[in-house]
Design a protein around this ligand. Structure first.
Ligand code: HEM
Length: 401
């Protein structure tokens, strides 16, 4: 197939304005796209190709990390590891994310959403990202990592620049803001982890949370090195909070834009999970993440040399007409089981461990808005997130009666 090029870059204004249109051109004209900036990489956009590659982890490795830059192999946990390490790590860590564990958070998350709405309800307008969508997952993350919830503002100030760095090509490109975010994160978490280790050793009172699990889990008789735990906490902070914030913003944005669909879910709350899932399909919070091929690969006539960074475009797979009927129609009445086949949480062995948690957060958040602010509507243009690999808003002005 002729590799007819389409201009694509995560940071290109044209792509940011209408990613679905650019993905449609890529799927049609160059399903394996090659770009040289900001560093050489390929992008795979057709649903069938994305799924096939993500299920073949022998060829498509995660060892150099999910970002465009090559990270040091062997340092990352889960998202940056391959079997057999990945299998063992996943077995150990997945227990904390099991639906039965996550469901126990339902009441606390519901209370949190109502407290947040209590604090804004009388104001009649505001930025629903700042006041609602951001604090929910950040607070949940504090619960899981055992940090004080008052620190969510601090965490958010690190998460945003860190998320931007996923599409960077390497250290030189990183701004002072990104470097400072990493430095401050490591200083904070090194001390937090040391304190928890001491509590565990001296059998002080300590929570049985995710951090304790990371510190006590053994892999072939050995505990995870602190460096890996730190890296995993950093990944979680971005992966678990900003993605879910964007998802909540995207759900509300799309429903406000489609009042008929909003009415459907207001009248029939059994559609809440469908609304969350259709939003995930239609507006994937993560456009795509990278793999590195262990051998030269040729797909649709495009040769990818061994060790190329190749982006698997989840968002494009979700809009592929070969995989979905009317993919560009936002329709919350689609069958829920079918909808869950979207690629927004990844595909295969690295499928998002936080999916049950973010689904729960999204459903509870939407339910609270419908119950408490049913007349919510747009109040001016939203601001898109600056992180090129992500889709959603850093600010979404709304008003209500
Ligand atoms: C809407 C919200 C979210 C989206 C769109 C999302 C998306 C993703 C995607 C696409 C992957 C696959 C990575 C890959 O294939 O390289 C992934 C993996 C992962 N996610 Fe999420 N995520 C979300 C929320 C969360 C939350 C809330 C948590 C935890 C609190 C979380 C934890 C993880 C972990 C630990 C992995 C790595 C799994 C592995 O490599 O085995 N995510 N996520």
């Amino acid at each position: 197939m002729k590799n007819q090029q389409v201009v694509f870059s995560f940071t290109d204004e044209n792509f940011q304005r209408d990613p679905a249109a650019v993905f449609a051109s890529m799927r049609e004209k160059c399903p394996v796209h090659h770009a040289t900036a900001p560093a050489p990489h390929f992008s795979i956009t057709r649903a069938e190709d994305v799924t096939k590659a993500l299920r073949d982890e022998k060829t498509w490795s995660s060892k150099y990390g999910p970002g465009l830059a090559f990270s040091e192999p062997g340092i990352g946990v889960l998202v940056s590891s391959d079997p057999p390490e990945h299998t063992t790590e996943r077995k150990a860590i997945s227990r904390i994310f099991k639906p039965s564990v996550i469901e126990k958070m339902e009441d606390d998350i519901t209370e949190l959403t109502h407290t947040l709405i209590d604090s804004i309800a009388d104001r009649k307008s505001g930025d629903i990202i700042r006041d609602f969508a951001a604090p929910i997952p950040l607070t949940v993350m504090c619960w899981m990592l055992g940090t004080p919830t008052k620190d969510i503002e601090l965490f958010r100030s690190w998460v945003l620049p860190m998320a931007e760095a996923v599409a960077y090509s390497g250290g030189r490109e990183a701004s002072d803001e990104v470097k400072n975010a990493y430095q401050d994160f490591f200083a904070y978490f090194e001390s937090h982890i040391e304190n928890r280790k001491e509590d565990i050793q001296s059998q002080e009172d300590y929570p049985e949370d995710l951090l304790t699990r990371l510190l006590t889990v053994t892999h072939e008789g050995n505990q995870l090195p602190t460096k890996k735990i730190l890296g995993f906490c950093q990944f979680l902070l971005v992966a678990g909070s900003e993605t879910t914030t964007l998802m909540i913003g995207n759900i509300l944005h799309r429903l406000m834009e489609n009042p008929n669909q909003f009415d459907l879910v207001k009248k029939d709350q059994s559609l809440l999970p469908n609304a969350v899932e259709e939003s995930l399909r239609y507006d994937a919070p993560v456009h795509g993440l990278f793999r590195t091929n262990n051998q030269e690969m040729t797909i649709h006539g495009v040769k990818m040399p061994e060790n190329s960074k190749v982006c698997m475009m989840f968002a494009s797979a979700n809009r592929d007409p070969q995989a979905w009927d009317e993919p560009n129609t936002f329709d919350i009445t689609r069958d829920l089981a079918d909808l869950r086949n979207h690629a927004s949480f990844g595909v295969g062995s690295h499928y998002c461990l936080g999916a049950p948690l973010s689904r729960l957060e999204g459903t509870i958040a939407l339910k609270a808005i419908i119950e408490r602010l049913p007349k919510i509507r747009s109040n001016g243009p939203p601001t898109r997130t600056k992180a090129g690999v992500l889709k959603g808003f850093s600010s979404l002005p709304v008003r209500w009666d």
